[in-house]
Ligand binder design. Structure first.
Ligand code: BMA
Length: 764
């Protein structure tokens, strides 16, 4: 079958205040009555204007404010293309992989379709309207999102961000303004556009349903949806072949109806494992439609054979566990939250591969796709499949009480059906989650979140029906037995936010969470980055307006101006004062963040399986700002990056907090092998290395943690006063892993920390 025709690349763009020119006049003239500029697809209209210098770089200073007026514009795209004779006789569809958001499409002056949802692809049949061997003119009108949803029923809704128009617009929530994202209500063809030829019969969709898998045997049901002729298809067979190295399977079934189920049994299957536990094996699968030896259609895909379960068992302290179990083995989740790759989603495609490399390099085995962004691209999930990174997938609802009327529930249902069908063949996805912090909001307003029909009825039903292989979790955070206490620590997942509080304060150090799905600490980005996004002359001393703007105050919320203050509170608590040199200010903020994240991850791992995992907030910024991210928008890493990378390795040596005079040494083994390790602990005071050394050897059973000894403060040289820096070393299999622990009482002196930092930065 002939390949698709990509329409990506240069398009034309025109724009004007919505309604000031009649659409029918534009269509009638093939757009000739408009003035066109050059546009890039995939892209965003606003960026096309920036490229021409008609709008400033929105990421500098207070410039996002200059994009507000454009929110009330309509935008027209035009593309002219040719199709040769070879395209004749096929059913032709135009596929828009992402339209942001309220759009109408015409081809050769004929209406071909409408779109109202940024999150899902749209495909329109253009067979009747296309011309062969001559010019085709495609026109796309994108209306203002604000104006498109005006007048919709908002009674009974609530929006934390006070941007109510977003509730009816199925468009990335953050674009209306968030603490971590600017208000930039974008428009555009943000993903690829192509023309796809179809012929009948055709394989339309398939689902690899793994119903059983262990080391010896796997059974997979492959459900296939076909497009068949409206007459007897004859001796038509569906054939399936799969292989992964030397493991193979095949099956064949006669096609009688347009829905076919093929059962596949695999002996000694090569299972898909999350990283650290094994290899993320993938089978190459080919599905063929065959009639009398002729292949009529063929599709290729990857299959990861694995099972997933969410273990929720009563625990000795009365709580309930929250542990992912893959192929029967518990997995401790270490990872981070995925926020939008860019405030302009038209640029995602360029940034996503680079950002994903960071997750992998940071030793993450899980990513949570947060509900305030978008469902990610195929490349995103393919990467996670290949790397063995599990994905916690939110549906795109965040921080609001959404409309509960039937019209909205239908929109939600249709979107979920498309998304679940699109993503369910990715073994990386281990959980469908209804939303971000919607339960929490219901509870905060005094309502029971079980009333939310979106997460409790619509999404649950779609997941149960279209993908019964994965657990469904209604909201993050959520507590099944106490819905009105979604953040109850001993059950379900928790979001832990206390900006400005010392990271070892009891809120953190006595936390009993069963699974931490959000926790984060603010820090400034690199000085060079600050100079890139704060206007000249406003960098230092800080210009309150510009700094606050890049801390989230573009959203008119009371709590946001305090973010800057709270970051400084945390510096003051750790170092006694806020440095008055910019370089030191940045360093101090990054040290506190680095030590905080290191401490939280270590503590969660030390509580292995009382706690099922920790997904900290977050790796990357979607625009240049002061934030919880550990890599800034320009890809400059904060200090926390290396600290996290060290403490997320599968084998970890760590010190736990002091009990009486001792600090327990805890080794954690996240692999499925029993390991024998050698360890040692060295101590440094500000005067240099101390004569202390502790050595040992220990066996750590697979997938467990163990206390292998302790550091006794009384055994240290009493001539040197704290602070002390402990260097912990673990040797295994000719490899050495190091970690550190800073001992002493806050406040530390920044000058003292700098002395230790030299040593910390040399850790292996
Ligand atoms: C959380 C999220 C977001 C927010 C983030 C960072 O609680 O779920 O809504 O952007 O914190 O502050």
């Amino acid at each position: 079958m002939m390949n698709r025709l990509s329409l990506d690349g240069n398009w034309e763009l025109a724009y004007f205040p919505e309604g000031s020119i009649k659409p029918e006049n534009i269509v009638k003239s093939d757009g000739e009555i408009l003035t066109w500029i050059e546009a890039k697809v995939p892209g965003n209209c606003q960026l096309d204007l920036v490229r021409r210098g008609e709008l400033p770089d929105p990421f500098v200073g207070l410039n996002t404010k200059m994009f507000r007026g454009q929110e009330f514009y309509e935008w027209w795209y035009r593309k002219k293309f040719f199709l040769g004779e070879e395209w004749r006789g096929k059913r032709l569809e135009i596929l828009f992989e992402g339209i942001d958001t309220f759009a109408t499409v015409w081809l050769n002056r004929k209406l071909v379709g409408e779109a109202k949802n940024m999150f899902i692809p749209h495909s329109f049949n253009i067979t009747k309207h296309v011309k062969f061997n001559e010019k085709n003119t495609l026109l796309v009108r994108i209306r203002s999102a604000d104006l498109s949803v005006r007048g919709k029923d908002l009674d009974g809704t609530y929006d934390v961000m006070h941007s109510y128009e977003r509730l009816w617009a199925r468009k990335a929530a953050h674009s209306f303004g968030w603490d971590i994202c600017p208000r930039l209500v974008t428009t555009g063809l943000w993903r690829s556009v192509s023309i796809i030829p179809h012929k009948t019969p055709e394989i339309m969709d398939f689902f690899f349903k793994v119903i059983h898998a262990d080391q010896k045997h796997a059974r997979i049901v492959i459900s296939v949806t076909l497009d068949l002729p409206r007459s007897d298809p004859g001796e038509l067979y569906l054939e399936v072949y799969g292989h992964c190295d030397d493991s193979q399977f095949s099956s064949r079934r006669k096609v009688l109806t347009s829905f076919v189920e093929v059962y596949v049994d695999v002996v000694n299957p090569k299972l898909w494992w999350p990283r650290d536990l094994g290899s993320p094996n993938l089978y190459d699968v080919t599905l063929k439609l065959v009639k009398e030896g002729e292949i009529l259609d063929e599709k290729h895909a990857h299959l990861g054979i694995r099972t997933v379960r969410l273990l929720q068992e009563r625990q000795p302290d009365g709580g309930v566990s929250f542990i992912f179990v893959i192929n029967g083995e518990k997995v401790f989740a270490k990872g981070s939250n995925w926020v939008p790759a860019d405030a302009f989603h038209g640029r995602d495609i360029k940034r996503i591969p680079k950002i994903l490399e960071l997750f992998s390099d940071l030793n993450c085995n899980m990513i949570r796709v947060w509900g305030g962004g978008v469902y990610e691209s195929d490349e995103f999930y393919n990467f996670c499949d290949r790397e063995g990174i599990m994905v916690w997938q939110d549906f795109m609802y965040a921080c609001a009480i959404y409309p509960q009327v039937d019209e909205f529930l239908d929109i939600a249902r249709q979107e979920a059906e498309v998304i679940v069908r699109r993503l369910r063949n990715h073994p990386c996805i281990v959980l469908w989650c209804g939303d971000n912090e919607v339960d929490q909001l219901y509870a905060a307003l005094g309502f029971n979140p079980s009333r939310n029909k979106i997460s409790r009825v619509v999404l649950r039903d779609v997941c149960n029906r279209l993908d019964p292989t994965r657990p469904y979790w209604p909201s993050s955070p959520h507590t099944p037995s106490k819905p009105t206490e979604p953040n109850y620590p001993k059950e379900g997942d928790s979001h832990i936010w206390h900006h400005g509080t010392y990271f070892k304060a009891s809120e953190y150090s006595e936390d009993k969470s069963r699974f931490i799905s959000e926790i984060g600490h603010l820090a400034a980005p690199h000085v060079d980055s600050i100079k890139q996004f704060i206007s000249e002359g406003k960098v230092w001393p800080k210009d309150k307006d510009e700094w606050n703007h890049h801390f989230g105050t573009h959203v008119d919320l009371q709590f946001l101006p305090q973010r800057l203050q709270r970051m400084e509170d945390s510096i003051r608590k750790y170092f006694g004062k806020v440095p008055d040199r910019l370089e030191d200010y940045v360093l101090a903020s990054q040290i506190v963040q680095a030590e905080a994240l290191k401490f939280w991850i270590e503590r969660a791992r030390q509580r292995k399986f009382e706690c099922g995992g920790i997904l900290w907030w977050n790796v990357m910024d979607c625009w240049p700002q002061f934030s919880d991210a550990v890599v800034d928008y320009y890809f400059r890493k904060k200090l926390a990056y290396d600290y996290i990378k060290r403490v997320q390795r599968p084998l970890l040596i760590s010190l736990s907090e002091q009990v009486a005079d001792e600090l327990p040494i805890i080794v954690i083994n996240d692999t499925l092998n029993n390991v024998t390790v050698e360890f040692e602990v060295e101590a440094y005071s500000l005067k240099g290395k101390m004569p202390y050394k502790k050595r040992g050897r220990a066996e750590i059973p697979k997938n467990e943690k163990k206390c292998v000894g302790s550091v006794k403060i009384a055994e240290l040289d009493s001539n040197a006063n704290p602070p002390y820096l402990f260097i912990l070393r673990l040797s295994f299999d000719d490899k050495e892993f190091e970690n550190h622990y800073l001992y002493g009482c806050i406040p530390f002196r920044l000058e003292d920390y700098k002395i230790f930092l030299d040593r910390i930065q040399k850790l292996k």
